[in-house]
Design a protein around this ligand. Structure first.
Ligand code: NAP
Length: 322
């Protein structure tokens, strides 16, 4: 019988989160040995990780906080590669953005990268966001946004867009760190990530679908939405890790639509949930983002219908639609 070649050892930061859990699942299925960082390993909210196929044998959880260098160093030691997924993703406007959002994202990324140098990691894939890409009033209107566009930090500050600022600073510093220190750093900038959840808690981006499905809102703002399936994001991370030619940053997006179209698509398939009664017109303009660079590495995305169907099923199974 042919034996499957074992892949190397890699670390996933934020292993128990929405995206992190899917990255861990995919890596285990591809025969990697995984070190996953979580903040409280004994917490039942990480039980789903231990139950993953090959999780018992090939996944080791490490207690680590982004602001604690030693904890990150221990988790990354001995790894060939790192997927830096962890970062605060606030559900609402933060009352103390510097300590709650910016510091863990920026200093946390610095700690992870420093630990990667220490462990002689071959490549680190850093999860940034389109929040670091498109918030730029100088970008010519109507021009397709590609990886050469960066969010304007001063504009993010002026508009109090702290998450955008945090992701922009963390990503630009990460790429600069890589150049300066000779570390192979690749970044990925996903749009709004939706799809089935593995974790038992609700993350901020899944809340976008849950609000539509269950809150029976009087009104919801109609705005442009750029979406990508969480499993396609996980796949993209692995593509960026495995393809030697990957370099720099990669936008990762699949579907652009308005909230109204998203509501209609859900209503058509699941008419019985508590949808918003009306949609109000917002003033946010649609932007056009390109994932061509990522597609050039062979990355593909699934159909929206599949994403929505699997997301709704997972919410139901987790009791989140009651
Ligand atoms: N979801 C989206 O729409 C989207 C879009 C673009 C980019 N992203 C990026 O994708 C990454 C993952 O997001 P997600 O949607 O999966 O969110 P999530 O489910 O909230 O996961 C965030 C993870 O970060 C960890 N974390 C937060 N602060 C930390 C700290 N101080 N030390 C250690 N770990 C910390 C959390 O760990 P605990 O389990 O210990 O709480 C959690 O595992 C983030 O970098 C986010 O910016 C997300």
């Amino acid at each position: 019988m042919a034996t499957v070649a074992r892949k190397g050892k890699v670390c996933v930061t934020g292993a128990g989160g929405f995206i992190g859990s899917w990255v861990v699942k995919l890596l285990l299925s591809r025969e990697y040995t995984v070190h996953g960082t979580v903040r409280e390993p004994s917490d039942a909210k990480y039980d789903h990780l231990r139950k993953l196929e090959k999780g018992t044998d090939n996944l080791k959880l490490f207690k680590a906080d982004l602001l604690d260098y030693e904890s990150m160093r221990s988790a990354i030691a001995g790894c060939d590669g790192v997927f830096h997924v962890a970062s605060p993703v606030p559900h609402t406007t933060s009352s103390n953005p510097e300590t709650e959002v910016i510091e863990p994202a920026v200093k946390g990324t610095r700690n992870v990268l420093e630990a990667c140098v220490d462990a002689k990691v071959k490549r680190v894939v850093v999860v940034s966001s389109v929040a670091a890409v498109f918030c730029n009033p100088s970008w010519p209107q109507g021009r397709v946004i590609d990886e050469s566009c960066w969010s304007d930090k001063e504009y993010c500050k002026a508009t109090k867009n702290w998450y955008f600022l945090a992701k922009t600073e963390a990503e630009s510093e990460a790429l600069e760190f890589g150049r300066r220190r000779g570390l192979d750093v690749v970044t990925i900038c996903p749009t709004l990530v939706i799809g089935p959840i593995l974790q038992p808690t609700v993350n901020a981006s899944s809340m976008v679908l849950l609000r539509i499905l269950k809150e029976g809102l009087e009104t919801l703002e109609n705005r442009p939405r750029m979406l990508v399936d969480v499993r396609d994001v996980a796949e993209a991370l692995v593509v960026l890790y495995e393809k030697g030619e990957a370099e720099g940053r990669y936008i990762c997006t699949s579907h652009t639509m308005e909230t109204r179209e998203l509501v209609d698509a859900l209503k058509k398939k699941y008419p019985d949930y508590s949808y918003p009664k009306t949609l109000s017109e917002g003033n946010e303009k649609a932007v056009s983002l390109s994932s061509e660079k990522l597609q050039g590495l062979g990355w593909k995305c699934r159909a929206l219908e599949e994403t929505l169907a699997d997301a709704v099923k997972s919410f139901k199974d987790a009791g989140m639609l009651e």
